[in-house]
Design a protein around this ligand. Structure first.
Ligand code: NAD
Length: 487
């Protein structure tokens, strides 16, 4: 790989907490170094929030609920939220650069997906402020029953590293739209864009104390989830962390929304349009280095087309460019961190031990430079192998043949996960009946990652709790009081 191109005129930043409208450092003096996974260079220093910072952030958020924000007319709140989206778009080149430095993902992807969709989250939820309705029922001439929405209160937003700004704003925008105040903790692996976001919120007119940011590791997150004055937690991350958060939140009975891990199947029937299927399956397998919760990492192909699928899929996957995230041709950049790279590499070893065959890939690349792994297609494994059952979260997919609809349905549902699935068939009747039987929160038919923010987003089983998107987000971020008016 050539030397990484020097990023344009954007400098990486040190990351401080943002509490009650001011950037502050940790009282305990604890910090860590933030690393660029594409070059192993240090990007900056990040503060580690202790109990004191979390207490101060929660206190600021509680006070702000009672201030200007709590009585602000919905129209004005909506204008401020829209303005945040506008300012994100104005600063898109800078935010995309920081996201790529933090994550190792291709710059074109940061621009076109991460940052662009982050702005869209605010534009979308700015509309929800004024368009979300309430239930009302007329009971003959006896009474009218109607519900009134109120903010839940102080909400903790805890986020992962794979789509840092996109997923943080997917929670922040509806939380603000519903009138809450927040304490956010981005992933320690990717702290930079959240730090710019709070500046943007201030510039857009968000009053001090409404949006607070505390950086840190899991312990900082735990201080938020167990805090007695936090009313709700919206969390995206690993299933095992979700379990810990549920325990920590239990004594104070917090409202919880979880978006957790997945091991999503991609089911390709013999009557599928093979070229279209392969084009999209390349993306659902390898885009963002396979570090998307919705990636289809276990592929099931009907036996009649198994060989021809593998031949074409492997040939195209071999052409994918791995390397410098700042090159426009790169599809697969660096893995997000050394720790995560080691986890994915360990699964390559497990695949070998389990008797898997690397049709392509299976190797690390440019070790002296950063944390790169080749797109890898594994065949020859069975349904019980760990590589087919466990979330690898890298550019690694398994491919298994199947014969009948019944057989593959049993295999894809035979998991604790239930986030998403993709089905490829030209038979509409089968598409409808098969999709309805899949135990997953989201099923795409002849496509992948196509989103409409009004639809319910989330997973079932160990992949999540509740749904986000449109009115589903507004339901989570509000409490409803039912009023019965006797006529
Ligand atoms: P993670 O669970 O390790 O960390 C997520 C966040 O939780 C981080 O900010 C971390 O500091 C914090 N945290 C860790 N321990 C905590 C604790 N005990 N209490 C409170 N907070 C704690 O997840 P990750 O490795 O950052 O992200 C990858 C995972 O996220 C994958 O499993 C992926 O599938 C999942 N994910 C799911 C979705 C979805 O929509 N379902 C979307 C993106 C990512």
């Amino acid at each position: 790989m050539q030397a990484t191109k020097t990023p344009i005129d954007v400098n990486p930043i040190d990351c401080s907490h943002y509490i009650n409208g001011e950037f502050v450092q940790s009282k305990n003096g604890e910090t860590f170094e933030n690393m660029n996974p594409a070059t192993k260079e240090v990007l900056g220093i990040v503060q580690i929030g202790g109990k004191e910072e979390v207490d101060n952030a929660v206190k600021a958020a509680r006070t702000a609920l009672k201030g200007e924000w709590g009585t602000m007319p919905a129209k004005k709140r909506s204008q401020i939220i829209r303005k945040i989206g506008d300012l994100i778009l104005e600063r898109l080149p800078e935010l995309a650069m920081l996201e790529t430095l933090d994550t190792g993902k291709p710059l074109w992807l940061s621009k076109s997906v991460d940052i662009d969709r982050a702005a869209n989250n605010f534009h979308f939820f700015a509309d929800c402020v004024t368009t979300t309705g309430n239930e009302s029922y007329q009971q003959d001439d006896i009474a009218i029953h109607y519900s009134v929405r109120k903010p839940v209160g102080v909400v903790g937003l805890i986020n992962p590293w794979n789509l840092p700004l996109l997923l943080l704003t997917w929670k922040l925008a509806p939380a603000l739209a519903a009138g809450n105040t927040v304490v956010m903790k981005p992933s320690e692996v990717t702290p930079m864009t959240a730090t710019v976001l709070v500046e943007i919120c201030k510039e857009a007119g968000v009053p001090d104390g409404v949006v607070n940011l505390v950086h840190g590791l899991g312990e900082t997150g735990a201080a938020i989830t167990s805090h007695e004055d936090v009313d709700a937690i919206a969390f995206t991350g690993e299933t095992v962390t979700g379990t810990a958060i549920m325990k920590a939140a239990a004594p104070t009975l917090k409202k919880l929304s979880f978006e957790l891990g997945g091991k999503n199947p991609n089911i390709i029937f013999a009557d599928a349009n093979l070229d279209e299927t392969i084009e999209t399956t390349l993306k659902s397998s390898f885009i963002n280095q396979g570090e998307v919760c919705l990636c289809g990492s276990r592929i099931y192909v009907q036996r009649e087309i198994y060989d021809s699928f593998l031949e074409k899929f492997a040939a195209k996957a071999k052409e994918l460019k791995v390397g410098d995230p700042f090159e426009s041709e790169t599809l697969v950049g660096a893995m997000v961190s050394e720790e995560h790279y080691n986890k994915v590499v360990s699964y390559l070893d497990i695949a070998k031990e389990e008797g898997g065959k690397f049709l392509i890939g299976g190797n690390t690349l440019y070790e002296e430079k950063g944390f790169y792994i080749e797109p890898t297609i594994i065949t020859g494994l069975n349904q019980d192998s760990r590589c087919v059952r466990e979330e690898i979260f890298g550019p690694v997919v398994t491919v298994l043949p199947f014969d009948t609809e019944e057989e593959v349905l049993e295999q894809i549902n035979d998991t604790h996960y239930g986030l998403s699935a993709s089905v490829w068939t030209t038979n509409v009747k089968r598409a409808a009946s098969f999709s309805a039987q899949i135990e997953a929160g989201m099923v795409w038919v002849n496509t992948w990652f196509l989103r409409d923010l009004r639809t319910p987003f989330g997973g079932m089983k160990h992949s999540g709790l509740g749904r986000e998107g449109g009115v589903h987000s507004m339901d989570f971020y509000t409490e409803q009081t039912n009023v019965t008016l006797k006529l």
